[in-house]
Design a protein around this ligand. Structure first.
Ligand SMILES: Cc1ncc(C[n+]2csc(CCOP(=O)(O)OP(=O)(O)O)c2C)c(N)n1
Length: 550
C-alpha cells in the first residue's frame, strides 16, 4: 500500500473542497504544505508578511464563495495571520487559516515557536480544530470549509503540528470526503414578505440599502429586478456598491446623508445597522424610522433598531421570492413624489458641490481632482481596492462601481494594510481584469513590501498612492526635533519602491502630469505605482456629520 505524508493529505483535501488559492509564508513546519498544494493544482502565492496574506485569503472567499487559504508558520506567523481572521470575522468572509505547530508530543515543553494557537484563533473563527491524526485531516478540512461558507460566512482555523504534516499514512486510511455542496439558500417566511410589502406600500419616504451581504449571496440579478419593479430609491454600503451599477437611475448615493436622515422606511438587503450605517439611530436616521431587515443571520435582526419586518434568509433566495410575489401583485413607488424631488435636488446639489473641486488646477492638488482623473481612466469592469481615511472615504463616492464584488476596502473592521493583499487576491481570481488599488500613503505603508509579490507574479496591478505626507495629513517639510505623531517623511518616493522590483513608477506633483501618468500606468502590463503628491492639509468637502457616530 502506498504511503503519503500529512502535507499531501492536507493539500488533496483542500483541493477536493474547492480551495483554489493559498497565500502565505513558508518555514518550519509548513514548507511541504506549499509544495504539496502546488502539486495538487492549488495556486500558491508567497507573501512578504502573513497579515497581507491573510487579508488576501479573506478577499478570495468574498470574491469566489469558497474560502481562500492562508498558510503560516507556528507562533509569530500564526499571530500575524490572526489579523486576517479578525478582518474576515468582521466582514463575514469565508477563509481558512492553516498554521503549522510544533510536534504535538512537545506541547508544554517550551518548543520552538510554541503558542496557544487554537485558543488565539478562537474569538475570530466559526470553528478552530487540531486533528489528532493524519487520517482525520480530510474530515476536518471538509467540516471547516462547510462551516466557513454556511449561514453568515466566516473564518475557520486548522492547527497542524509537525508530526501530522511530516508523518505518513497509508493512502487508503485517509479517504477524502466528497466536496461539500454550495451552502443552502434558505428562503423566508411568506407572512414576513407580506408584512414587508405592506410597509413599503404605506411608506412616504422609502429607501433601500444594499449591503455586501447581497454581493456575497450573489443576489445581483434579483436585487436589480426588485429595484426596477418597485422603482424604489436605493443606495449601497461601501462594498455593496456595484450590486447595482452606481450610475443606475434609481441610485441616490450622492444624497446619502439626506436619504438616511429623512427616510421613514429603510429596507436593508444584506446590510447591517452597524457603525458604517450609524447604528440606524438619530441624528443620522429619523427617530421613528421603520426597518425591513433582510439578513442571513437571525441574530442580526433587531440590532440597534427593532425590525418592523424580518426577512431571515439568503439575499438571493429571499429577494427572488419577493419578486415572485410582486409579479403576481405588481406595485411600484411613484416617481413623482415630494421624496423623489427632494432626493433628486440633493443629488444635483451634492454633485455640483464637488465638481468645482474635481476641476481645480491648484498645485498641490486636492483629493477630488486626483480621484476624478482616476475615475476617468478606469475600465468599467476594473476591480477597485481602496484604503486610507479621506482617500477611501472620498473614493467611495468619487470612484463608481458597475459590477458586484468589484470593490474591496477597509470594510467593517476599518483595517489599514488590506489594500495590497486584496489587490493580489483580486488579480489572482480575475487575471483578465484590471485591478487598481487607491491608497492613502499611510495605508500603503502597512503592506508596501507586497509590491515585490506583484512584480514576482507579474500582476498587472496599478497602485495609486494619494500622498499627503502622513496619517490624514502631514507637513510640507520636517522642521525642528519634534515630529508630530501623524507626520511621515515628506515627499516619500513610493514610486521607487515599485521600481526597485522591476515595476513602473511615476511621481506626480502637477495636475497636467497626472492624466498621462495614470493612463500609461493602467495600460502597462507590469505592476505600476503612481505616487501623487497632494496638499498636506487637503480635506474632504464639509460634511453635515462627523464620519464616526458617537
Ligand atoms: C491596522 C490599523 N492601524 C491603524 C489604523 C488607524 N488609521 C485609520 S486611517 C489611517 C491612515 C490614514 O492615512 P492615509 O492612509 O494616508 O489616508 P489619508 O486620510 O491621509 O488620505 C490610520 C493609520 C487603522 N484603521 N487600522
Amino acid at each position: 500500500m502506498a504511503k503519503i505524508d500529512g502535507a499531501t493529505v492536507l493539500a488533496r483535501a483542500l483541493k477536493r473542497q474547492g480551495v483554489e488559492h493559498m497565500f502565505g509564508i513558508v518555514g518550519f513546519p509548513v514548507f511541504g504544505v506549499a509544495s504539496a498544494a502546488q502539486k495538487e493544482g492549488i495556486r500558491y502565492i508567497g507573501f512578504r508578511n502573513e497579515q497581507a496574506a491573510s487579508y488576501a485569503a479573506g478577499a478570495v472567499g468574498y470574491l469566489t464563495g469558497r474560502p481562500g487559504a492562508c498558510l503560516t508558520v507556528s507562533g509569530p506567523g500564526m499571530v500575524h495571520g490572526i489579523a486576517g481572521l479578525a478582518n474576515a470575522w468582521a466582514n463575514g468572509w469565508p477563509m481558512i487559516l492553516l498554521s503549522g505547530a510544533p510536534d504535538s508530543y512537545q506541547d508544554g515543553m517550551g518548543s520552538f515557536q510554541e503558542c496557544p494557537q487554537v485558543e488565539a484563533a478562537r474569538p475570530w473563527v466559526k470553528a478552530g480544530l487540531r486533528p489528532d491524526g493524519i487520517e482525520r485531516v480530510p474530515f476536518h478540512v471538509e467540516q471547516l470549509v462547510r462551516t466557513s461558507i454556511s449561514g453568515r460566512p466566516g473564518a475557520v482555523y486548522l492547527d497542524l503540528p509537525n508530526d501530522i504534516l511530516s508523518g505518513e499514512v497509508e493512502e487508503e486510511r485517509a479517504p477524502l470526503p466528497p466536496r461539500c455542496a454550495e451552502p443552502p439558500r434558505p428562503g423566508v417566511d411568506a407572512a414576513e414578505i407580506e408584512r414587508a410589502l405592506a410597509l413599503l406600500r404605506e411608506a412616504k419616504r422609502p429607501l433601500v440599502i444594499v449591503g455586501k451581504g447581497a454581493a456575497q449571496a450573489r443576489a445581483e440579478v434579483e436585487v436589480r429586478e426588485l429595484i426596477e419593479r418597485t422603482r424604489l430609491p436605493f443606495l449601497a454600503s461601501p462594498m455593496g456598491k456595484g450590486v447595482l451599477p452606481d450610475d443606475h437611475e434609481l441610485s441616490v448615493a450622492p444624497a446619502r446623508s439626506t436619504a438616511l436622515a429623512e427616510a421613514d422606511l429603510v429596507f436593508l438587503i444584506g446590510a447591517r445597522l452597524n457603525w458604517i450605517m450609524h447604528f440606524g439611530l438619530p441624528p443620522r436616521f429619523a427617530p421613528d424610522v421603520k426597518v425591513i431587515q433582510m439578513d442571513i443571520a437571525a441574530e442580526e435582526i433587531g440590532r440597534n433598531v427593532p425590525a418592523a419586518a424580518a426577512l431571515v434568509g439568503d439575499a438571493r433566495a429571499a429577494t427572488g421570492e419577493i419578486n415572485r410575489v410582486l409579479a403576481k401583485q405588481p406595485w411600484g413607488y411613484p416617481s413623482e413624489t415630494d421624496w423623489w424631488q427632494r432626493l433628486r435636488e440633493k443629488v444635483a446639489e451634492n454633485r455640483a458641490a464637488v465638481e468645482a473641486m474635481e476641476r481645480d488646477d491648484s498645485v498641490p492638488m486636492g483629493y477630488y481632482r486626483v480621484l476624478r482623473e482616476v475615475r476617468e481612466r478606469l475600465p468599467r469592469d476594473a476591480i477597485i481596492c481602496s484604503e486610507g481615511a479621506n482617500t477611501m472615504d472620498i473614493g467611495r463616492s468619487s470612484l463608481p462601481n458597475f459590477s458586484p464584488r468589484h470593490r474591496l476596502d477597509a470594510g467593517t473592521f476599518g483595517t489599514m494594510g488590506v489594500g495590497l493583499g486584496f489587490a493580489i487576491a483580486a488579480a489572482a481570481v480575475h487575471p483578465e481584469k484590471k485591478v487598481v488599488a487607491v491608497e492613502g500613503d499611510s495605508a500603503f505603508g502597512f503592506s508596501g513590501m507586497e509590491v515585490e509579490v506583484m512584480c514576482r507574479y507579474r500582476m498587472p496591478i496599478t497602485i495609486v498612492v494619494i500622498n499627503n505626507n502622513g496619517i490624514g495629513g502631514g507637513v510640507a517639510e520636517l522642521k525642528g526635533d519634534r515630529i508630530p505623531p501623524s507626520v511621515y517623511l515628506p515627499n516619500a518616493r513610493y514610486d521607487r519602491v515599485m521600481e526597485a522590483f522591476g515595476g513602473r513608477g511615476w511621481y506626480v506633483e502637477r495636475p497636467d502630469e497626472l492624466g498621462p501618468a495614470l493612463a500609461a500606468a493602467i495600460a502597462d502590463p507590469k505592476p505600476s505605482l503612481v505616487n501623487v503628491m497632494i496638499h498636506p492639509r487637503a480635506q474632504r468637502k464639509p460634511q453635515a456629520f462627523e464620519w464616526l457616530t458617537r
